[in-house]
Write a protein that binds this ligand. Structure first.
Ligand SMILES: [Ca+2]
Ligand SMILES: [Ca+2]
Length: 564
């Protein structure tokens, strides 16, 4: 249910069309061989046996089947190897740094390696189970038999964003930790199983999606499949735009210091409902989901379609000032000279939930501020006096934009250089060796815009003669917020279809996604509307296709929709 295709006849013909314009069996691209399984020789001995330059293995611990569970499901028996690479003391801030990691090696191995790229500003060795999508999934790469690595990307969470003072820690976080960990992990796998991984995969959401796009650009010679979720591949710019948004909310707020009063939950629901009134039926189903994102942007007009308050704000209208400010948020905040800082955001139905509020009202003050001020600015702010909320609400936006693009002698790569793919629409190495990429992005993500990913994918198509579908496919997830949540079918497995594409030449068409309704093993999604069934499913469609209702059939089932 959480995997791949329940294809209708119409979807089959759509698949045939896609294959016609250059699907998996594209004779121009190499076909990579399938991985073959292996067996872990021993666990306890690995701490002594794994030997790699600049690497300290601190423990190798056998984890019995079921000792670890994901979504209530026991994870298979494996060996948890923990360690550090490149321990050092920074000459700049005097702090100790290292690239901490864990590598989980299943006893029964499928021959594959998965690099689990983590979110936020990294800093924690998140349990290396290997997510198959952004929202909590029912399965995981480790339990599928992958050897999975996870790392803190070269700093600990204890220092917060202040690791940005150390130039090396910046680079490790940006892209170099991957370059150091990858050959070490492959060597450790060779030691553990007697052979290196046959196939290697890389995946994550948010900053993890950014890591994955950067790896696809920089390290496509070392990985065969890339699973990109809600990517912040222009993270410094996105963070500044989100800070600009915080100022708009601050100016609209009715309680000083509480940005959420600038655009209340009732008002966000009002706008969501107005979007649905104009856009829901465009896909043939009045079901609370806006599948045709592009048509919706033409159909919906905030000024026209939401009532303007004649008196005070009471949740049934927006003030004129709110309309103006919120329209700016969606069109994309600009610098003093009128240049767009980041991207536009599409109007969609998923504005009312708690996750949306967190990213809009809290993150700019406590996350984006530290990223911009300490990690990506050259030079960084003074950590002794830096105050995130004050910085976010008072520092010059134009200066922020200038500083994330600046370099100094001590910080020779700008924040934009170290965080973003060097040449984003050039994936010629990836494509040329037969590697594949699958991407997804929630259209109600308020921090990283699906418009940015759409524009990138359009540029990728353009750079490949108008069609990139023979090596990269992009799926929009209507209603989904940042990696999960929102009124959305946010549970799906994109790793299995990616492996099938890479290793069997089976190009993915629709990916079936489900809601996390009451009783879902990975946790129920609090943002689901009351009228939806607890098991609603929808096809996710490869862009530019849109999931449209067939006109008959159960509206709760993916089988009643086709990608067109
Ligand atoms: Ca609809
Ligand atoms: Ca935002």
């Amino acid at each position: 249910m959480h995997t791949t295709s329940s294809l209708t006849l119409a979807a089959v013909s759509a698949a045939a069309l896609l294959a016609g314009c250059g699907g998996s069996s594209d004779p121009g691209l190499p076909q990579l061989a399938a991985a073959t399984p292996g067996t872990l020789k021993s666990c306890g001995d690995l701490a002594a046996q794994i030997s790699f330059a600049n690497t300290t293995i601190t423990a190798a611990k056998a984890v019995a089947a079921g000792e670890l569970t994901v979504a209530g499901t026991p994870v298979r028996a494996h060996c948890q190897v923990t360690g550090e690479m490149f321990q050092r003391t920074s000459p700049v801030d005097g702090q100790r740094y290292a690239i901490g990691f864990e590598l989980r090696l299943p006893n029964d191995w499928n021959g594959r390696f998965f690099y689990q790229a983590n979110g936020g500003i990294d800093g924690s060795v998140v349990t290396a189970t290997g997510g198959v999508n952004g929202g909590p999934g029912l399965n995981n790469a480790l339990n599928m038999g992958f050897a999975v690595i996870s790392s803190d990307a070269g700093h600990t969470a204890a220092v917060g964003p202040n690791f940005g003072v150390d130039p090396q820690a910046r680079l490790d976080y940006g892209y170099l930790a991957v370059a150091k960990l990858t050959p070490m992990a492959k060597s450790a796998i060779q030691t553990a199983y007697g052979k290196a991984p046959d196939r290697s995969y890389f995946g994550g959401c948010s900053n993890g999606g950014r890591h994955t796009m950067v790896a696809a650009s920089r390290y496509a010679d070392q990985y065969d499949g890339f699973l990109v979720g809600n990517p912040g591949f222009n993270l410094p710019k996105a963070a500044i735009a989100n800070i600009a948004g915080a100022r708009i909310y601050n100016a609209l707020s009715t309680t000083a210091g509480d940005l959420s009063t600038g655009f209340t939950t009732a008002e966000r629901q009002l706008v969501s409902n107005a979007v649905l009134a104009k856009c829901d039926a465009l896909d043939g189903a009045t079901d609370g989901l806006v599948q045709d994102t592009a048509a919706c942007q033409a159909a919906f007009n905030l000024e026209r379609d939401v009532p303007t308050c004649s008196g005070g704000r009471d949740g049934s209208c927006l003030s004129a000032a709110q309309k103006s400010g919120i329209a700016q948020l969606f069109s994309g905040p600009t610098t003093g000279s009128g240049a767009k800082i980041y991207a536009s955001f599409p109007y969609d139905a998923g504005l009312a939930g708690g996750g949306y509020g967190f990213w809009e009202f809290t993150a700019p003050l406590v996350l984006d501020s530290g990223g911009v001020g300490m990690i990506w600015s050259a030079p960084p702010e003074d950590p002794a006096t830096f105050n995130g909320p004050v910085f976010a609400l008072t520092a010059s936006l134009d200066a922020m934009v200038a500083k994330v693009n600046a370099t100094t002698a001590l910080y020779p790569e700008s924040g934009m250089q170290l965080m973003t793919p060097p040449d984003p629409s050039n994936l010629s190495v990836l494509k040329g060796r037969g590697a594949k990429m699958m991407l997804y992005h929630g259209t109600s993500d308020p921090i990283f815009s699906s418009d940015d990913t759409t524009a990138w994918y359009d540029a990728l198509r353009k750079a490949n003669g108008g069609d990139a579908s023979n090596f990269a496919r992009f799926y929009r997830v209507p209603g989904m917020n940042h990696c999960s949540g929102g009124p959305a079918t946010d549970q799906f497995d994109m790793l299995t279809p990616l492996v099938n594409w890479v290793e069997k030449g089976v190009a993915p068409d629709t990916v079936t996604a489900s809601v996390r309704g009451a009783g879902n093993a990975a946790g129920a999604n609090a943002d689901l509307p009351a009228g939806w069934s607890a098991s609603r499913s929808r096809p996710l469609c490869p862009y530019p296709q849109v999931a449209r209702y067939n006109g008959t059939g159960d509206m709760e089932s993916a089988s009643s929709f086709s990608c067109k």
